[in-house]
Design a protein around this ligand. Structure first.
Ligand SMILES: Cc1cc2nc3c(=O)[nH]c(=O)nc-3n(C[C@H](O)[C@H](O)[C@H](O)COP(=O)(O)OP(=O)(O)OC[C@H]3O[C@@H](n4cnc5c(N)ncnc54)[C@H](O)[C@@H]3O)c2cc1C
Length: 336
């Protein structure tokens, strides 16, 4: 099957998160010519890590799980390559004003030495242009053309175009070219997330490495250094809950930080002597109700993938990109 794509169809992928990278790898293996455009400086999207001198902290996805056989297969290659390992935190739950140990037996995995490691691994053999925000897409003579905010018109034209970006961003691009796809994108609400990162000069004593918090401003606390392969300063990640974050998404950063740290202190994590940074995820979580996996419009050769089409998590994002690549391969093979 691999040599049936003749001549090799050219595919542009917008977004180098896990969905875009998974799609790019599979398409390349299937013989397509792939070019990825990414607005940030590096790959991995929301599986991200912030670095400083002698510290790092995962401030997006905290861990992931694996259930689908295809994802378990790729996970095993990441483990073998040393870019992912199992994480076994002392895990607590705060509920109804009470603490208890979590009885979850879920297997949790993290990137090693940082959450963005599997993304960097997947990006190694892919052609990616960073610092390219695609702000316009259009079709001419059956080919896709792109415009970048930073560099203007992109000279190459493409047979297929993949949007591997969160739904509000997909919607903004798709509305120029494909109304039914735009309608699907607009039907999904994504929620933001305020994330506070706290750096301590010494290890602090807490009875857990990570905790799920219910009915407070905060929904998650974790000690980054409890994950495998982490060295350097003691760092903690604190996520505000999605509803609170979305309600207060336009709040001043200092005020958001103050309220989140106040909530952390109430729960026993006193960050008074820590160095604090804050990040606002405008589109952190949310997914379509009926899981579609991915979308491919065979009339226009426009494809969409991403976590929002497949359950809203890391595993779903990878599978979505993989499924879209298969759909494009079938379409290119039977309707060349
Ligand atoms: C705070 C937080 C906590 C989370 N916790 C977990 C967790 O514990 N477990 C879990 O499984 N999942 C978690 N997730 C969700 C997980 O991170 C995502 O499901 C997954 O990373 C999404 O991958 P993706 O490729 O679909 O999208 P993204 O990772 O968002 O990738 C999209 C990429 O497209 C780029 N982009 C966007 N617009 C453009 C444009 N116009 N031009 C060029 N590039 C563009 C972006 O910069 C980004 O790199 C969390 C997410 C957040 C934010």
């Amino acid at each position: 099957m691999q040599n049936e794509v003749k001549p090799k169809a050219a595919v542009a992928i917008i977004g180098a998160g896990l969905a875009g990278l998974s799609c790019a790898n599979r398409l390349q293996t299937l013989g397509f010519q792939v070019q990825v455009y990414e607005k940030s400086r590096g790959p991995s999207g929301r599986m991200s890590t912030r670095h400083g001198e002698s510290w790092s902290v995962d401030h997006g996805a905290q861990y992931f799980t694996a259930r689908d056989p295809a994802f378990i297969e790729i996970l095993n290659t990441w483990i073998e390559a040393g870019v992912v390992a199992k994480w076994q935190p002392r895990l607590s739950v705060y509920e109804g004003g009470q603490w208890r140990e979590s009885n979850s037996s879920e297997r949790r995995y993290v990137g090693v030495p940082a959450m963005n490691s599997p993304g960097q691994f997947l990006a190694k053999n892919i052609s990616i242009e960073f610092n390219q925000t695609i702000d316009k897409i259009y079709q001419q003579n059956g080919k896709w053309l792109l415009h970048s905010l930073e560099n203007g018109d992109i000279t190459q034209s493409f047979d297929y175009l993949v949007l591997a970006i969160p739904t509000p961003q997909s919607s903004a691009l798709a509305k120029l070219v494909d109304h039914s796809t735009e309608a699907t994108c607009s039907s999904v609400n994504m929620q933001g997330c305020w994330t506070v990162m706290a750096r301590f000069s010494e290890k602090i004593s807490m009875p857990f490495d990570a905790a799920f918090i219910n009915n407070e401003i905060i929904s998650w606390i974790s000690r980054n250094n409890s994950k495998p392969g982490r060295t350097g300063q003691e760092t903690w990640t604190i996520h505000a809950n999605p509803q609170w974050s979305q309600q207060w998404i336009e709040l001043d950063q200092d005020e958001a930080s103050r309220l989140i740290l106040e909530s952390a202190k109430k729960l026993g994590l006193n960050c008074q002597n820590a160095e604090i940074s804050i990040h606002r995820w405008r589109y952190a979580s949310g997914a379509i109700n009926t899981e579609m996996g991915c979308i491919l419009n065979k009339d226009t050769n426009l494809g969409l993938c991403g976590d929002w089409l497949n359950g809203g998590r890391v595993e779903g994002a990878w599978l979505s990109g993989y499924q879209l690549a298969s759909a494009i391969h079938i379409s290119a093979t039977f309707n060349p």
